[in-house]
Design a protein around this ligand. Structure first.
Ligand code: ADP
Length: 191
């Protein structure tokens, strides 16, 4: 199995690169943000709860997010591997993911982290908000809140993979195809 964590701040390009990577490596894309948004659209209890955090730029509580991820994983027992996009976002989530994969006899191969500076992130998110209608991308204060939450709660997750020698930083500004090539080159070294 090939299990990748695609990491990076909001607006780093995780969704764009995930779409290309799943096609190339035949992996299942597990984006916690996408799953929450699907639940919001379907007006499920999970969606209503998640929305109350997402709209403010906060993280959905670990307990809820981890339970959701565990249930998604068990829906894909036949998978070749996974790309985790937007998960883990806290140290507790990283520990839970290791345990979950461990219990299935597998583990994370690599964390690929897209590195993009804050000014560029703010511009990209505002631009995306104009087209997507995502409430959390339309308000500069919420965008800043998400970047702050990333720096405080999510960024330490790098350390979790770094001590396991699985962390790789990739420059995330420039041509989408070139970034994809850099990601693919790192993956190809491990398979
Ligand atoms: P972005 O990377 O642009 O912020 P996402 O779609 O990954 O977009 O996430 C949108 C929102 O969904 C986050 O701001 C957060 O509120 C919630 N969310 C997504 N993944 C997680 C997670 N692993 N833990 C907690 N909250 C999450």
């Amino acid at each position: 199995m090939l299990n990748l964590v695609l990491f990076g701040p909001p607006g780093a390009g995780k969704g764009t690169q995930s779409a290309k990577l799943i096609e190339k490596y035949h992996l299942i894309h597990l984006s916690t943000g996408d799953i929450f948004r699907a639940n919001i659209k379907g007006e499920t209890a999970l969606g209503i709860l998640a929305k109350s955090y997402m709209d403010k730029g906060y993280l959905v509580p670990d307990e809820v997010t981890i339970a959701m991820l565990a249930s998604e994983l068990s829906n894909h027992t036949e998978a070749n591997g996974f790309i985790f996009d937007g998960f883990p976002r806290t140290s507790a989530q990283a520990i839970a993911l290791d345990e979950l994969l461990n219990s299935k006899g597998t583990s994370i191969n690599l964390m690929l982290a897209l590195e993009v500076e804050e000014e560029e992130l703010r511009n990209r998110l505002l631009l995306r908000g104009k087209d997507s209608g995502r409430a959390d991308d339309s308000n500069p204060d919420i965008i800043q809140k998400r970047i702050d939450v990333y720096n405080k709660e999510t960024s330490p997750v790098k350390e979790h993979y770094s001590v396991q020698n699985k962390y790789i930083g990739i420059h995330g500004i420039g041509d989408i195809e070139l970034i994809f090539k850099s990601l693919s080159a790192e993956i190809d070294k491990t398979i």
